[in-house]
Write a protein that binds this ligand. Structure first.
Ligand SMILES: [Fe+2]
Length: 291
């Protein structure tokens, strides 16, 4: 006899400026919850931040009477800033990410020539998660899956029959995440997608982004079965070699995300801005020809 998996409630909130979906996963109204992949709005022309996207999360959490246990990111995003510290200040909860963030910190400490005091041990986060680690969200139990490839530190979060896949798979008609950022690797991403697609067919998969083709409304939920049948990059039958060739060729045509420079600098600090300089202002760096 098999026991039916727990089916948590999942609310996705789509941020149209960055094509990102923030998720709130919870058992029932009034229960504990986790927030996954939040967005701090950032205007690259002025350097100004806003909290409209994060405030929508706060409104939802309050409307449902939820208690935030975890504020999770699937990786150090290159296309938006995390709102984790703002959400923690407003709602409580612990900020966590996969433990290989330390390697990402080391790489970008070098690229951005960050201050010597910048720690590359992940100590900016409240907790670093290991592969397979279980964590409680009230009555629910979450589990960490390492799914590197887009970045070396990417994780997915499995809660009952729901998996938050981060930047691995996209919706079937979009395919998969790029692998050309520092530490990214197409072969590794292929293996991570197979890891996700080896879960039970009816597992609900929640995307970190959607970039809908013309005419399709935004969608961000699908299943293992649908991905195995129809994902344009990794449906069943596509070999690792064919995937790597396709991904490498395609990545060579992609521009850097508009917010990659501010996003990485902030996200490796668990969402905090760099230290203020002597005039009381914090600055983000733009390396010249370094990326
Ligand atoms: Fe990403």
């Amino acid at each position: 006899m098999t026991v039916a998996p727990v089916k948590p409630e999942v609310q996705g909130l789509f941020d149209p400026a960055t094509w990102t979906v923030t998720y709130i996963v919870y058992d029932k109204p009034g229960s504990a919850c986790a927030i996954i992949d939040s967005v701090l709005d950032y205007d690259p022309k002025s350097g100004r931040t806003r909290t409209d996207s994060a405030d929508r999360v706060i409104d939802f959490v309050k409307a449902k009477g939820l208690k935030v246990e975890w504020i999770l990111d699937t990786h150090a995003h290159a296309d938006h800033l995390t709102a984790a510290p703002y959400l923690k200040q407003k709602l409580g909860g612990k900020i966590a990410i996969g433990e290989h963030i330390t390697g990402v910190q080391q790489v970008f400490k070098g690229i951005f020539h960050l201050e010597p005091e910048f720690a590359t041990d992940g100590s900016q986060f409240d907790h670093l998660l290991k592969d397979g680690e279980a964590f409680a969200i009230g009555e629910l139990s979450g589990q960490v899956m390492f799914v590197p490839g887009h970045t070396p530190a990417c994780v997915a979060y499995r809660v009952g029959d729901a998996v938050f896949v981060g930047d691995t798979l996209f919706m079937p008609d979009v395919g998969t995440a790029r692998c050309d950022f520092p530490g990214g690797d197409a072969k590794t991403l292929y293996q991570s997608t197979r890891r996700i697609l080896s879960l039970p067919d009816d597992t609900r998969l929640f995307m970190c982004h959607d970039y809908p083709p013309d005419g399709r409304p935004v969608e961000f939920e699908t299943t293992v079965a649908v991905q195995r049948r129809t994902n344009i990059h990794v449906h069943d039958g596509i070999t690792e070699q064919a995937f790597v060739e396709m991904r490498t060729k395609r990545d060579a045509t992609l521009e850097m995300p508009v917010l990659i420079l501010p996003s990485v600098q902030v996200n490796i600090r668990a969402g905090e801005m760099p230290p203020k300089e002597a005039n009381g202002v914090a600055y983000l760096k733009i390396p010249v020809n370094a990326l």
